[in-house]
Design a protein around this ligand. Structure first.
Ligand code: PGA
Length: 260
């Protein structure tokens, strides 16, 4: 049996300035501590916009919080003339543990291809950051019943050439696009089907042992009232939470799902 520690990761997207970030992280920390949350049992991660990272770092380091944090994107380059980009060395200097790669909003609005995302995964590992690699199908693909083939093909392409020593620590987030921000949550069975297929693909690409240790999150309209059913599925090891992570109490409830 694997000992995968569940992870609840709050993807703030383009919300919260650095002042609001201070309030949200403080309130989240108090609420979790009030509820006697065991951070060793469920890992808590926040993924703020770049402009909040220094503030979050100062709080986490200054107050020795158990909350981990990361960025929402990374440049494929480590430095140079790339106006507007943020590099891996900058993120590791800010104490980031994680970086989101390939969120569907980046794939769609910024035309990020699997080839580019593969380079971003390399850039993350090169700089000591753990990717939270996102994948998932749109509504048309789901209607055609091709969600598994589509999603595992994304993972295979994004991990091309990534050695096992690195891939062993990856976090994968399965997010069916039709369930993101729509209130339309996939059923626990829908989530399990694709998460199990992703794990099987990792076993094929690497080894059963590696696949057994990788955390696979579900994302798409996760809330405190549906998280328990999703987490009951054996291949779902956590959630990537958008909207509900902007409210400290609601996100804390999601993190404390084991005591619900
Ligand atoms: P949502 O977003 O929880 O608001 O649906 C999830 C995500 O896009 O990561």
């Amino acid at each position: 049996m694997s000992k995968r520690i569940p992870m609840m990761a709050g993807n703030w997207k383009m919300n919260m300035d650095h002042v609001q970030a201070t309030q949200l992280v403080q309130k989240l920390d108090w609420t979790l501590k009030d509820g006697k949350h065991d951070f060793g049992v469920v890992e808590v991660v926040v993924l703020p916009p770049f402009t909040d990272l220094r503030t979050v770092q100062t709080m986490v380091e200054g107050d020795k919080l158990d909350i981990r944090y990361g960025a929402q994107d990374i440049s494929v380059y480590d430095d140079g003339a790339y106006t507007g980009e943020i590099s891996g060395p900058m993120l590791s200097k800010l104490g980031c543990s994680y970086v989101v790669i390939g969120h569907s909003e980046r794939r769609e609005y910024h035309q990020e291809s699997d080839e580019l995302l593969n380079k971003k995964v390399e850039a993350a590992y090169r700089n000591g950051l753990t990717p939270i690699l996102c994948c998932g199908e749109g509504l048309e693909i789901r209607k055609a019943g091709h969600q598994v083939a589509h999603t595992v093909a994304q993972i295979e392409a994004d991990l091309k050439g990534i050695p096992a020593e690195q891939a062993a620590s990856i976090v994968i987030a399965y997010e069916p696009i039709w369930a993101i921000g729509t209130g339309e949550v996939a059923t626990p069975e829908d989530a399990q089907e694709v998460c199990a297929a992703i794990r099987a693909k990792l076993a094929e690409l690497y080894s059963a042992e590696l696949a057994d240790g990788v955390r696979i999150l579900y994302g798409g309209s996760v809330k405190s009232d549906n998280v328990v059913g999703i987490m009951a599925k054996e291949d779902v090891d956590g959630a990537l939470v958008g909207g509900a992570s902007l409210k400290a109490e609601e996100f804390a409830k999601i993190c404390m799902f084991t005591t619900a």
